[in-house]
Ligand binder design. Structure first.
Ligand code: ATP
Ligand code: MG
Ligand code: MG
Length: 383
């Protein structure tokens, strides 16, 4: 019998907001922990929300008291608070999974034990130019210097082209725990949304992601001109990587497709993910629907994860002026088959994700033709 479960969500940004949309349709109350007017709270009126931050233990404790299952829309949460409340409330995915994944170096050390292919990397322990120069000798140039923690949208990455870039790189990422990665010469970036249920690891099809300045700009679902063998290989790799973690829910897996058609892991997110937004219009169950079902042990028919129509998702990112993103949204109103999602985040800043648009079409080519004018507008307003 349906027992009207309550879900607590750490974080009320756009991912939390879209999760609330899915929860609402199943009569599931979603209690959001975030600031007063967070995007997820704006669309959900009840007295179960908690004001505060997902980094404050007391606020996490308070949220735990209000719900049957706790989940997170972001991996940068206080996992010690989650560990503490795990004895009284179900935490999905597990606090151990979130703790390991939120540190990209630990995540990779963990996945290495499961034989997941990834770029060779080295930990920095002293963060000195000498240490990084020696790592550069080992990995070769260019290499990517990365923050282990608090990384998102490329904020935490620095491309080191040669020895001469080392002081600038260490300055840009100063006071952060670091590791360096060998450069991946990819021909395409791929992503797969994986749904871990109580007894299964399911996956959506392989999509193609296009990053600009390390921020996701476009997602093509399915990945264009990628043979089925690679699509299956990427899904299998993504499922294998996610199976290495405990707990239920959606995981976003980013990968590189290399020149020799091998697939390598870029990183995992322990949550719903930008590369899966296309599923709202493209599939019978969106990644948000599946996440809610997975954490509540509700059925997820594998067929509902298939792509119904080729889909293209374009992010609406803050541009040169405070209203640049609104110009994109306004233009999108006239694009055929375009579904617009604005996140109501308030002030726009260059590089801030303010919304997205998904266009579906009978063929990928038709979807590409319909969305091209909007891509032109986006390129025009770039900061
Ligand atoms: P996200 O917003 O997805 O969490 P992030 O800040 O955690 O991003 P990564 O996903 O590690 O950062 O890297 C962002 C982008 O930088 C990748 O999608 C890819 O385009 C590029 N990149 C990362 N690592 C490498 C590498 N080793 N070689 C080449 N390019 C890389
Ligand atoms: Mg990341
Ligand atoms: Mg990434």
């Amino acid at each position: 019998m349906w027992n009207s479960p309550k879900v607590g969500i750490l974080g009320g940004g756009q991912l939390g907001r879209m999760l609330v949309e899915s929860a609402n349709r199943l009569n599931v109350q979603a209690n959001v922990l975030d600031a007063e007017n967070a995007p997820a709270k704006q669309i959900s009126f009840h007295d179960g929300h908690v004001t505060g931050s997902f980094k404050e233990p007391e606020a996490v404790r308070q949220l735990a008291k209000t719900c049957d299952v706790l989940t997170a829309e972001i991996e940068h949460v206080d996992t010690y608070a989650l560990e503490e409340v795990a004895s009284e409330v179900q935490v999905e995915p597990s606090w151990q999974a979130i703790r390991t994944i939120q540190n990209k170096f630990n995540q990779k050390e963990h996945l290495r034990k499961y034989g997941i292919p990834m770029a060779d990397h080295r930990e920095l322990v002293k963060n000195t130019p000498e240490e990084l120069a020696e790592i550069g000798e080992q990995l070769g140039f260019p290499m990517m210097l990365k923050s282990k923690t608090m990384a998102y949208d490329g904020r935490g990455n620095y491309r080191v082209n040669s020895k001469a870039d080392i002081p600038g790189a260490l300055e840009a990422l100063k006071d952060r725990p670091l590791y360096a990665e060998k450069w991946a010469y990819f021909k395409m970036e791929l992503a797969v949304m994986v749904i871990k249920t109580k007894d299964d690891v399911l996956s959506y099809p392989t999509v193609e992601t296009v990053q600009e300045d390390s921020i996701c700009k476009l997602v093509y679902a399915p990945a264009r001109n990628v043979p089925d063998a690679i699509n299956q290989k990427a899904q299998a790799l993504a499922r294998k990587a996610v199976a290495a973690f405990e707990g239920k829910g959606a995981f976003g897996v980013e990968m590189f497709l290399l020149e020799d058609n091998s697939v390598m892991l870029c990183e995992i997110a322990s949550r719903i993910h930008n590369s899966g937004h296309y599923t709202i219009e493209g599939c019978a169950l969106s990644q948000f629907d599946s996440h809610i079902r997975a954490i509540l042990d509700l059925p997820i028919p594998a067929k509902s994860l298939e792509i119904r129509q080729p889909s293209i998702m374009l992010n609406i990112i803050g541009g040169a002026t405070p209203d640049s993103h609104l110009k994109v949204a306004e233009h999108a109103l006239s694009i055929p088959n375009a579904s617009i999602h604005l996140y109501s985040k308030g002030a726009s800043k260059p590089g801030r994700k303010m919304g997205h648009v998904t266009v579906t079409g009978p063929t990928m080519h038709e979807a590409e033709t319909m969305i091209q004018p909007l891509i032109d507008v986006v390129d025009d307003i770039r900061a």
